[in-house]
Design a protein around this ligand. Sequence first.
Ligand SMILES: Cc1cc2nc3c(=O)[nH]c(=O)nc-3n(C[C@H](O)[C@H](O)[C@H](O)COP(=O)(O)OP(=O)(O)OC[C@H]3O[C@@H](n4cnc5c(N)ncnc54)[C@H](O)[C@@H]3O)c2cc1C
Length: 380
Amino acid sequence: MQIFSLREFAPPGDVTALRDEVRALIAAHEHRWAPEQRANPWFSFDPEFSRALGDAGFLGMTWPKQYGGHERHALERYVVIEELLANGAPSGLHWIADRQTGPLLVKYGTERIKAKYLPGMAAGEIYACIGLSEPNSGSDLASVRTFAEKTAEGWRVNGQKVWTSGAHKSHAALTLLRTEAGSERQAGLSQLMIDLDLPGVTIRPIIDMTGQHHFNEIFFEDVLVPLDALVGEEGRGWAQVTAELALERSGPERYLSSHMLLEALIDHAGPSPAPALAELIGRLTAEMWTLRQMSLATAAKLAAGEDPMVEAAIVKDLGNAYEQAMPRLVQAVVEDVDFADDTRLARLLKFILVQSPSYSLRGGTPEVLRGIIARGLGLR
Ligand SMILES: Cc1cc2nc3c(=O)[nH]c(=O)nc-3n(C[C@H](O)[C@H](O)[C@H](O)COP(=O)(O)OP(=O)(O)OC[C@H]3O[C@@H](n4cnc5c(N)ncnc54)[C@H](O)[C@@H]3O)c2cc1C
């Protein structure tokens, strides 16, 4: 039976100096950031900060230098990401390009596509989004219906995507489409990099429960996309997307979404907290540390070229449970918090209570993750 084995997390170079460098960059920009912006930092936006990260060489860290990357180690990148999230640095604009779309283009993109997007992504100036979900195919991506017909002029795209984070801020969407007429389920799917300013593309906002606009619907009506915007092989979209999802599941973003609240709680508790408060802080810290070891070990396996799909699903499921439980546990123990107050703790608690239900939806629901884990354990 498969077990969760730990692998040593050993980035090259001086990790302490690297952490200090990222912290100094954050310190130079953090005066602009409200508490709510610092909570859930990979969904909040600051273009100036994204550009500063690009200038400092902290985006596209592992990509080839010829495309604006820095050819650094994947675990050095992990250290940078951990610092950004643990310090609540708004990273939403460059997040998808740096984490997912850029690496996919490096691996599968045509030369024209690589040259067109990667240097700008590494500079923190070109942003991307992910077009997977559709109105009738959310978790069940194999039922994707948006269609791209191959014509002499290019791919002609028709259909609709939904829940697309950051589409209204993005330059392009890496989109999963059906490219083979009459194909069903996992067969006949491909990925296209679609510029969002093309004629026939309409982006409509969806406002979330916190009142923020980060979700969108994207409509494609006879959108003509160049043939070489195909990313990877025609018909291999399913395998590419599932590999991509495995990569996005085990990072520190899966247990640090509520981290600003833990920090505010520790500040609120002061040097001699009541026993229940001390116990909660101890419990949350111990859980966070355990999740961190699991996430680090999974990152080390990915960096070693292994395929820890089950471990990644476990990290995401346990991490989401932890970060979702935190606001309710804090609310139960801190009795004097008044949501009308302007304190950091009150503002963060109010915001994260409303925001946290989404943590376990994005990137795979618990049911879907547990299905993957069960298969890995040989139970289905
Ligand atoms: C904050 C956030 C950001 C997102 N960003 C993006 C984005 O940028 N791009 C994008 O494409 N999508 C994005 N999504 C969409 C998300 O990843 C899911 O695909 C989508 O929310 C689920 O689709 P649905 O609403 O149709 O629910 P469904 O897929 O219909 O799920 C409904 C319920 O059925 C369960 N279920 C579904 N399939 C199975 C199964 N096989 N076995 C057991 N149970 C199952 C689910 O767990 C869930 O409880 C985002 C979602 C959130 C919350």
